[in-house]
Design a protein around this ligand. Structure first.
Ligand code: INI
Length: 230
């Protein structure tokens, strides 16, 4: 496994490379990394939403579908205590022509550091375009890159469907995926608020990490991470 030189983020023993790959840090760094001897569980929640700030990037293409996704998304946010009104100080709305344009705006919003999470909404329907595969693949990659490059959760709320009927079913007739995208945003935003201080801790340089049973043997010269006991 080759290692990249340009590291965008370090989270614990993991390094996120510029091209989005995730690799493990060097043995030397790992040995000097400090962890609390007590392991903890971190998870997001749907209750500490009072001071969250969100952006929603919305594609106008297929607006029949996307409008429904937006309604579902707003409904979920409202029911979890967020003010989604146009005058809201909590949620800002950014409209773009099509899904292809979503990642550019999402990336720049994430870079602005104004938001705890960014929700991307769009619909790409296979039956409507021969370039379905290009549009959907680029949008997925672009949205993933926006999150990786900035450390801000960027939610993939681009509905991909084979037919208009299928898209409608997922945009309100059977269920509304917009709801799910909103819930994902809340969970990730509240989780990342807990992850950010860990990152800061690792940037500040942490003290020695207490060894775990079996670590000394596993980390002998020549041992690879894969063979480590944990
Ligand atoms: N944009 C979509 O959001 N969904 C689609 O299904 C779609 N189709 O079918 O082509 C689509 N095309 C427009 C595209 O997103 C860009 O706006 C356009 O290519 C200009 O860059």
């Amino acid at each position: 496994m080759g290692s990249c030189r340009t590291i965008l983020l370090k989270v614990g023993w993991q390094e996120v490379c510029q091209d989005g790959r995730v690799q493990l840090c060097s043995l030397e760094e790992a040995a000097s990394f400090s962890w609390s001897s007590k392991m903890a569980v971190y998870e997001g929640n749907f209750t500490q939403t009072g001071d969250l700030r969100l952006a929603i990037v919305i594609s106008r293409f297929n607006d029949l579908i996307v409008g429904k996704l937006l309604e579902g998304c707003q409904d979920a946010l409202r029911r979890h205590g967020l003010d989604v009104s146009p005058e809201s100080r909590q949620v800002d709305y950014y409209w773009v022509p099509g899904s292809f344009e979503v990642p550019l705006v999402a990336h720049q919003l994430a870079q602005s550091r104004r938001y705890d999470a960014i929700i991307c909404l769009g619909a790409v329907i296979r039956g409507q375009t021969p370039h379905f595969d290009y549009v959907s693949a680029e949008v997925a990659k672009g949205i993933a890159a926006a999150g990786f490059r900035t450390g801000v959760p960027v939610i993939f709320g681009i509905l991909t469907a084979d037919t208009l009927q299928q898209a409608l079913e997922r945009a309100g007739i059977k269920n509304n995926k917009g709801w799910e995208y909103a819930m994902t945003a809340l969970e990730m935003a509240t989780l990342m608020r807990q992850v950010a201080p860990l990152l800061q801790e690792s940037r500040n340089g942490a003290g020695p990490r207490p060894p775990l049973p079996g670590a000394a043997e596993a980390l002998q010269a020549g041992a690879s991470w894969e063979s480590a006991a944990y």
